[in-house]
Design a protein around this ligand. Sequence first.
Ligand code: NAP
Length: 506
Amino acid sequence: MTYAITQTCCSDATCVAVCPVNCIHPTPQERAFGSTEMLHIDPTTCIGCGACADACPVEAIFPVDSLPVAQREYAAINAAYYEDQAPQPAPDGPNFHAWDEPSFPRVLPSDFAPLKVAVVGTGPAGMYAVQDLLLHTSAEVTLIDRLPVAGGLVRFGVAPDHPATKKVGDTFARFHTHPRVRLHLGLDVGSDVSAQELAAHHDAVIYAVGASADRTLAVPGEELPGSVSARAFVAWYNGHPDVAPDAVDLSVERVVVVGNGNVALDVARILLADPDSLARTDIADHALTALRAGNVREVVLLGRRGPEDAAYTKSELLALKHVPGVDLVVDDHDPRIAPAIDEAGPKDKAAVLRGVTRDRTDWAQAPAPGRRIVLRFHSAPLEVVGEKAVQGVRVAEASGERTIGTDMVLRAIGYRGVPVAGLPFDETTGTVPHEGGRVAGQPGTYVVGWIKRGPSGGIGANRTCAAETVTTLLADAVAGALPAPGRAPKAFHRLARRRNRRAVLR
Ligand code: NAP
């Protein structure tokens, strides 16, 4: 019996470390790791021991024989990865590295004193950094989040119909109560305490604050009522405290989503999923009520490029084909679309769309009966049309321009980092400039995750990102390059309590 990795793969390579036969690739040592959408099990080498499935933090690994119907294609997807690959080195061979640390060598002196490190942000990036510090050093950690609930995007970003992905949050939550962690929830660095105060009480500070704003379309009408950022919509259905329960009106029949990334696919699925199945998830009550009462039955996903260049991952597109009661349709309006799908190689993303219904929708009409998701490629938005509220989206297409009638537009064109008080900021990339995670020109200050690399990459990408930042921090500590803090973390905890009595300290 062999195993296969499936849709929810987070690529954090926990499985690689426990595989006794080196059958999971790419590993963090391999070049392809940086760009892979998922990891793959080689069916010819797998011995079916199941160690990977036991270790997987997101329940993505199953025996091939018991794959659910919607996941069966993953047996072939895993196998296809190895078709044109050289055989992998055996575990006892000279080139075998599966049990190495992810990528960054570290040498710590035996008398290394426990570092006092503050980590700002409890999302995946912050928590992989905390995990690394706790498991591999004697550091004591002050962990801070501005929200009263920990988890960052695992709690407020992952779609509720992806409960297996949310499980990685349990792995992180173990560290909230670790004896070397003090957790402050509901404490804002910037308003409750300053970055300088935080630095003055710790040897080092790691900012893992993510990307909390939106990229903008920069087209007229973007701010009209009815034009909503997907970030806000995702936060709404996940019960984020910053978004009001009545912030979203779902009385519309057609929603147009701008963007072709995984966030666009998430919002399309949630808009059309059977509310009874969502009721079994942790979706916010107000969102479930609004979805039940709403009229949405068609979601149009606008991609400015073709199916061969879409930003979504193959696994999330595959899942879109299996949403119960929802048809997936490709709008065949452009002569480039059919060949891009029909002539795609078996490993190409566009090949997933073979067999998917194609039609040419008359956008002047109301949506057809039934519930459907329409993929409309080669459609760059030019304007969100409307006088007082959204009435449509005007797009550029091969034959000219066209307006797609809708009362609601979701802008799913990516997130953007916001400046962190006291840190330099690159306006072009929306990130903090850094060298290996060390903030440029600020010894003792580090970044990790989307505020470091920009808003791309799933949960697991943060593991190697955090490993790099922590390695830089440790090297600086060993080199004596960390500024000496004037005060101890205990004084910081007292200060934090004085400044915000509602903040929760654990
Ligand atoms: P993304 O992957 O960067 O996708 C952004 C999309 O917006 C792309 O299709 C992009 O088109 C389009 N876009 C950008 N500017 C545009 C413009 N001016 N006009 C029209 N389209 C525009 O961003 P995301 O969907 O927010 O996802 C962020 C990261 O989180 C990704 O790495 C994603 O995989 C990850 N994520 C993963 C999951 C999951 O695994 N289930 C779920 C959610 C998010 P171009 O490609 O042409 O630039």
